[in-house]
Ligand binder design. Structure first.
Ligand code: G3H
Ligand code: 13P
Ligand code: ZN
Length: 330
């Protein structure tokens, strides 16, 4: 058992307090390997942004939880070496059981999500409150979720989203004592968040997805003033990355994300944490495909993972500076 404070991590409490006050969102970037972690840390140090490193159950299976924790510990030292002591949290993404959350707390995570969004309301409260009670004994912060996002989350696939019901949020927060709340207002996981049929076209002929449900967000903010709200499924699915993938032999169709202006608007309101994973996957894939296409004889992984890492770093710097507004807030 190790406490996250011993390894230089922080929980999300202070990060969110500042984000709510400052009208920006803290980036929560998923990582599964060294190149992703390097890109996140380099980008957040260079833009002087706080950051939440997210580990999903899939990441734990892929890379091993112990190794990921040591990598996060290394990231704290790496950020210092790069010259900026930015606040770094290590967060369990979509924890689905008490035991998983406990194991992460015991192992040095500073924040966990207990995702009871697929459960009945009372069961969600019961599970979330149990995790909070344990986590708070170790000063680990907890994110809960109300409302269901469409898309794939590890092994759970939800065809349709169910928006968060604002009339439940006060009761949920009061009874569970969560530190932040993930809500469903029209975002979803993955690179295919909308079908072209759900979109309209702008004057340039580009597809424009339906806007997020800001009426629900405003209502939640009214009921929970100053309380940190989390948006999952917030990749914007940059079309230049999708086009590069397809140009260099990939086949990704009808990939549509959340427009950046919508996220900027949400971050200026009570959204204090924005989760982004798919955009990083697209950027890495595009860069790797380009190298494979242009240099078919290349077999040194550094020659394709290096450009993928550089592209990821540019993406994250752009997000921090122009979308989330977290640049300069560390
Ligand atoms: O919420 C989903 C995240 O993008 C993590 O994805 O479960 O495939 O690692 P993953
Ligand atoms: P995206 O699939 O939109 O990147 O969302 C990631 C996420 O919500 C991780 O929890
Ligand atoms: Zn998510």
């Amino acid at each position: 058992m190790i406490n996250y404070k011993e390894i230089g991590l922080v929980n999300t409490r202070d990060m969110f307090k500042k984000a709510v006050k400052g009208g920006y969102a803290v980036p929560a970037y998923n990582f599964n390997n060294m190149e992703q972690l390097q890109a996140i840390i380099q980008a957040c140090v260079e833009t002087k942004s706080p950051v939440i490193l997210q580990v999903s159950s899939g990441a734990r299976k892929y890379a091993n939880q112990t190794l990921l924790r040591y990598m996060a510990q290394g990231a704290v030292a790496y950020a210092k070496e790069l010259g900026c002591d930015i606040p770094i949290a290590l967060h369990l993404d979509h924890g689905d059981t008490f035991d998983l959350c406990k194991s992460c707390v015991d192992m040095g995570f500073s924040s966990v999500m207990i995702d009871g969004s697929h459960l009945e309301y009372e069961q969600n409260i019961e599970l979330t409150a149990r995790v909070v009670e344990f986590a708070h004994q170790h000063d680990v912060t907890v994110e809960g979720e109300l409302g269901v996002l469409a898309g794939v989350e590890d092994d759970v696939v939800a065809e349709k989203s169910t928006y968060t019901n604002p009339s439940q949020v006060e009761d949920f927060v009061k009874r569970t004592k969560v530190d932040s709340l993930a809500i469903s207002i029209g975002t979803s996981h993955g690179a295919n968040k909308f079908t072209p049929k759900q979109c309209t076209r702008n004057e340039k002929g580009e597809l424009v997805p339906p806007p997020l449900k800001f009426d629900i967000l405003n209502e939640i903010e009214k009921r929970l003033p100053g309380f940190p709200i989390v948006l999952h499924g917030s990749s914007s699915v940059p079309q230049n990355q999708v086009n590069l993938i397809n140009q260099y032999g990939g086949k990704i169709e009808n990939a549509i994300g959340i427009p950046e202006e919508q996220l900027r608007k949400a971050a200026a309101l009570s959204v204090s944490k924005i989760n982004i994973d798919s955009d990083g996957r697209l950027a890495m894939t595009a860069a790797i495909r380009k190298v494979f296409f242009e240099s078919p004889g290349e077999y040194d992984p550094r020659k394709y993972l290096g450009p993928a890492r550089d592209s990821l770093k540019q993406l994250y710097m752009h997000k921090n500076t122009h979308v989330l507004g977290s640049a300069g807030k560390a």
